[in-house]
Structure formats: structure tokens, C-alpha cells
Design a binder for this molecule. Structure first.
Ligand code: MG
Length: 280
């Protein structure tokens, strides 16, 4: 594959991505896919989806897990509801994440990714050890499928994430770096974080945003790519310095406004194409 193929985050019937047709109309050669709802994850649907991808000449680069009951309404709600951290839903979601990995294998995709949730900062907390254990469990299952697991960034600062990956201690756990999330969650300056985590970054989101007045307590604001505080040219230059050549997957989480979403993703494709021509 060429260096830095452009990608877009898509969904079928769950999650906030654009439809496959939008990726096709915008001429985008790669996608990440939010895992479809449980009843849709059948072998028959996997086969049909693979056929459509082949027809459109689009490559699937990662399947993202997501779960019923997750809410990104505000930061405290994320802590309570997202990922494999909340104890009440952990067992069922862990099982579902393994099923999503198996569905991804049917889609011939060797990367599964997820928002793990807020990992406790105090590594002596029992919850920290529990999250290590469940992450190992998912990674071992994915390994049986020949897959790597990518953790979406944002909910942890770079140092905490590095510590966590080291403590999990498996060889198929990596990072999907989302620079805007570092800003939106207030977990750190994204370029600095990228340099620290660099050796683990195996996929990325191209998303932008502006800092909140009280970072970490309230959300920052997501913006069209190039209009936020990430600094997209510096972002790509840093990825280049780190030797990252994988897909640049655009994510714009305004699924409730599909017309605007498509237009802004089109502008993002243009921006990334221009920057690739300049520095790629
Ligand atoms: Mg993201």
C-alpha cells in the first residue's frame, strides 16, 4: 500500500461513522468500521460486506468495538459507561468484544480496536489489576485470530497509557492515536503525547478539536479538520518522523448531520491530500 492512504471511519448500523457509500463517493481507499450490532454480525453479512468492499476497491484496516449503554454525553458519564472498565457490564462486553474480533476475522481484518474506558490512574487500585486482566483476555483471544488490538487514545495521558501497555505485557497490544481526543478529554498536548507513544502507534485518527476552558472536567469541542488546536501539518510531520506510513483515517463525529458530515469529510480529504503532496 502507498504511504498514508486516506481513510474514513464508517458504520453500518451502529456507531457514528459515515456509510460505505460516502467513502466511495469521496474516493477514499481505506476504511475503519464500527462493529455492526450483534444481530447483524453474521457470516452471511460478513461475506456480503467483503464483496462490496472488493467491488468498491476499498480496504478495511480496523474494526472498532462499541457497546450498548455507552454514552459520551460528558466526561463523568464516559467514566461510568464506556468500555471494559465499568464492572457491571464487563463480563458481557468482554464476551462481545471477542465476538467482534471473530467477526473481524470473517472480514479478513487483523486489527480490532476499542475505547477501553478510563483506566484507574492509581496502579495499586484493585480495579487497575482487573482492567489489566480483562485486556490480556481480549488480546489473547485476538491473538488466536492473528489480530492485534489497538487502544483508542484520549482517556489517558501518554505516560499512563505506556505504563498500562507495559503492565498488560502482551505482544499484540498497540495504539490507535486520536490527537483530538487528547484535547477533548484534556489529557495532554497531542504532538508531545504522540512522540512519547510513537513506537506503539499502528493506526491513527485525523480529527481536530479545541480545548475546554476547564480541560479534563468538561469537553473540548470537536471541529472540522484543520480548524482546531491539533495542528494537522505538525501532526503529519511528526507521524512521518516516527516512521508511521499507515492509513490516515478521518473521523468526524456529527452523524446527526449527514450532509454537513460528508461535506466536512470531503474538505478533510482535500486537506490531507494537499499535505501529503507537500510533506508525504
Ligand atoms: Mg477517534
Amino acid at each position: 500500500m502507498e504511504k498514508w492512504p486516506i481513510g474514513v471511519f464508517t458504520s453500518v448500523d451502529a456507531g457514528l461513522g459515515v456509510k460505505l457509500e460516502v467513502a466511495h463517493e469521496l474516493g477514499v481507499p481505506t476504511i475503519q468500521l464500527h462493529a455492526p450490532a450483534q444481530e447483524t454480525r453474521t457470516a452471511e453479512n460478513a461475506r456480503k460486506f467483503l464483496e462490496r468492499l472488493a467491488d468498491l476497491g476499498i480496504t478495511l484496516t480496523a474494526v472498532f468495538g462499541g457497546f450498548e449503554g455507552e454514552s459520551y454525553a460528558d466526561i463523568p458519564t464516559v467514566v461510568k459507561t464506556v468500555g471494559l472498565v465499568p464492572p457491571e457490564t464487563r463480563a458481557a462486553r468482554t464476551q462481545e468484544m471477542k465476538e467482534i474480533a471473530d467477526f473481524a476475522r470473517q472480514l479478513e481484518c487483523n486489527v480490532v480496536a476499542l475505547h477501553l474506558g478510563f483506566i484507574p490512574h492509581d496502579t495499586s487500585e484493585p480495579l487497575y489489576a482487573e482492567v489489566l486482566e480483562v485486556t490480556r483476555d481480549v488480546c489473547n483471544h485476538a491473538k488466536g485470530n492473528g489480530q492485534n488490538v489497538h487502544l483508542e487514545t484520549g482517556q489517558e495521558a501518554a505516560d499512563g497509557l505506556l505504563q498500562f501497555i507495559s503492565d498488560v505485557g502482551v505482544d499484540n497490544l498497540f495504539v490507535n492515536f486520536d490527537p483530538a481526543n487528547m484535547i477533548l478529554y484534556g489529557t495532554g498536548e497531542p504532538i508531545e503525547a504522540l512522540k512519547k507513544i510513537g513506537s506503539f502507534v499502528r493506526s491513527v485518527h485525523c480529527k481536530d478539536g479545541t480545548w475546554a476552558d476547564k480541560p479534563g472536567e468538561e469537553w473540548g469541542a470537536e471541529t472540522p479538520l484543520g480548524e482546531g488546536d491539533v495542528g494537522i501539518e505538525t501532526y503529519l510531520r511528526t507521524l512521518g518522523e516516527l516512521g508511521y506510513a499507515g492509513p490516515l483515517t478521518i473521523e468526524r463525529e456529527i452523524a446527526q448531520e449527514p450532509t454537513r458530515q460528508k461535506a466536512e469529510i470531503g474538505q478533510a480529504v482535500q486537506l490531507l491530500s494537499d499535505l501529503k503532496a507537500k510533506i508525504g
